[in-house]
Design a protein around this ligand. Structure first.
Ligand SMILES: *[C@@H]1O[C@H](CO)[C@@H](O)[C@H](O)[C@H]1NC(C)=O
Ligand SMILES: *[C@@H]1O[C@H](CO)[C@@H](O)[C@H](O)[C@H]1NC(C)=O
Ligand SMILES: *[C@@H]1O[C@H](CO)[C@@H](O)[C@H](O)[C@H]1NC(C)=O
Ligand SMILES: *[C@@H]1O[C@H](CO)[C@@H](O)[C@H](O)[C@H]1NC(C)=O
Ligand SMILES: *[C@@H]1O[C@H](CO)[C@@H](O)[C@H](O)[C@H]1NC(C)=O
Ligand SMILES: *[C@H]1O[C@H](CO)[C@@H](O)[C@H](O)[C@H]1NC(C)=O
Length: 400
């Protein structure tokens, strides 16, 4: 069916379903809009399917076509009572930003009280966790938002080809600020969500066990890689580039520390989260969403760097790590505990929200408060070019 026709049909159908539902006045509807309590954010079909055909609820009860979603995933899915919905962004930063924008600004939804639950698979730092683990982030860092020179064309003074924008060396804080470098989400909510997830029995497999044993022969710093899957609170890196190896792994570990002023704890790496968070930040400014209601969970599907003795290319292209299947299974095992925890605790806790005790938002302090990373609000705005003082000329000199 032509896309436009199916779109119009779906909107008409959707609209009539909503008005019928308004009469029912369920808690998942507000002013004729769908007001889900939890919006699951999946990035591609396998992550989405982890939530389908499960005993707890049927996300395929309603398929609602929303203009602006990915041509691969044109529908938002919702349970029968619209309490839980799911969107599928499509992979990478551009797809995540456009899809979440289409949903966050759609007149179909009232998302003011909705918990956005990013639930995807990711690469994992063997220093912090192992395949199959479920990680919950406080910071999301856009690690590749930097200059890059191929390391082979740099002097020995450099140990990575990535150099922060506006800086001369990898360990200098960027002085040309774009605003999406770092997002910080509600750490109190993160801890509650991680504790819900700890109720789960996580899947493991013999292939994954055998593979992670290779890290045991390495130095003690890879101990976490050798343990059974667990729930870990540590941070997410976002990069469109799907990287592998010790040099890039360590470089982005360093970038995470640098951008978050030492508090970020790089463990998972994927291609979307900062894009999703930038949209939720922009929609929160206009009170369409609540930035204090975001959970970023990534389950570990593969290591970001090899065990000693094998190459970065082997790690990425040829190894059989056994992590993909258990990571997908654990999206469900860990994730369902989070969703059920929110639904069960709705009246007591989650309807009114979990007040963050940490700073939340971006490097500009867009949602108020003083960022606990970055050069400070005024300086960041100046370095972004928002205040056209001395910075503009140096930005132009550096960038063109
Ligand atoms: C929604 O779409 C899925 C396929 O993506 C399909 O299996 C399901 O039956 C659809 N639900 C309805 C109510 O049409
Ligand atoms: C985890 O496994 C234990 C022991 O088999 C069982 O008692 C418990 O109900 C399981 N928990 C979940 C959340 O499935
Ligand atoms: C660890 O090292 C020992 C001795 O070099 C070797 O025999 C063993 O196969 C290694 N184990 C793994 C899992 O790589
Ligand atoms: C990361 O930082 C450490 C400590 O400053 C440094 O020794 C290491 O070379 C850096 N690695 C890369 C790849 O930049
Ligand atoms: C973060 O580090 C930068 C560079 O070292 C420094 O200028 C800035 O004041 C620090 N910000 C905070 C909030 O500590
Ligand atoms: C990207 O988002 C993660 C949270 O998933 C955050 O830890 C990180 O600081 C963000 N990075 C940037 C560059 O915004």
């Amino acid at each position: 069916m032509p896309f436009l026709k199916s779109l119009v049909t779906s909107l008409v159908l959707a609209a009539s379903t909503f008005s019928a539902q308004v009469a029912a006045k369920t808690s998942s509807h507000h002013d004729g809009k769908i007001a889900p309590k939890v919006f699951i954010v999946s990035m591609f079909e396998p992550e989405a399917q982890a939530w389908w055909n499960i005993p707890e609820f049927d996300l395929l009860s309603h398929n609602i076509t929303i203009p602006g979603l990915s041509p691969l995933y044109p529908d938002v899915h919702c349970t029968k009572d619209y309490e839980v919905c799911q969107l599928i962004t499509g992979e990478s930063e551009i797809n995540a930003a456009t899809t979440v924008t289409a949903v966050a600004f759609s007149p179909v939804f009232d998302l003011t009280k909705t918990y956005f639950f990013v639930a995807g698979i990711a690469g994992i730092n063997p220093k912090r966790a192992t395949t199959g683990s479920a990680t919950f982030a406080r910071y999301a860092v856009q690690v590749a938002l930097q200059y890059e020179i191929d390391i082979r064309e740099l002097s020995d003074a450099y140990n990575t080809g990535y150099i922060p924008l506006g800086a001369d060396f990898p360990n200098q804080y960027p002085t040309s600020i774009y605003g999406t470098e770092v997002f910080e989400v509600n750490a109190d909510l993160r801890t509650i969500a991680a504790n819900f997830a700890r109720r789960a029995n996580l899947s493991d497999s013999t292939t994954a066990k055998a593979y992670r044993a290779h890290y045991a022969n390495a130095s003690a710093e890879y101990k976490a890689a050798t343990l059974a899957p667990s729930v870990v609170e540590c941070d997410a890196a976002t990069s469109d580039v799907y990287y592998s190896g010790n040099i890039l792994g360590t470089a982005f570990e360093n970038t995470t520390k640098l951008f978050t002023n030492g508090t970020g704890d790089y463990c998972s790496t994927a291609q979307e989260d900062n894009a999703t968070l930038e949209v939720l930040l922009r929609s929160s400014v206009h009170k369409l969403t609540d930035f204090a209601r975001i959970i970023v969970m990534r389950t570990a599907s593969d290591f970001d760097r090899p065990y000693p003795g094998v190459s970065a290319a082997y790690n990425l292209l040829y190894s059989n790590q056994g992590g993909f299947e258990i990571a997908l299974e654990n999206i469900y095992h860990a994730g369902i505990e989070v969703v059920q925890g929110i639904l069960r605790g709705w009246d007591k806790t989650f309807a009114k929200g979990v007040k963050p005790t940490n700073y939340i938002g971006d490097i500009f302090g867009t949602l108020g408060g003083q960022p606990d990373f970055g050069p400070g609000k005024a300086q960041a705005l100046e370095e972004s070019g928002a205040y056209k003082k001395r910075s503009l000329e140096s930005r132009l000199r550096r960038r063109r």
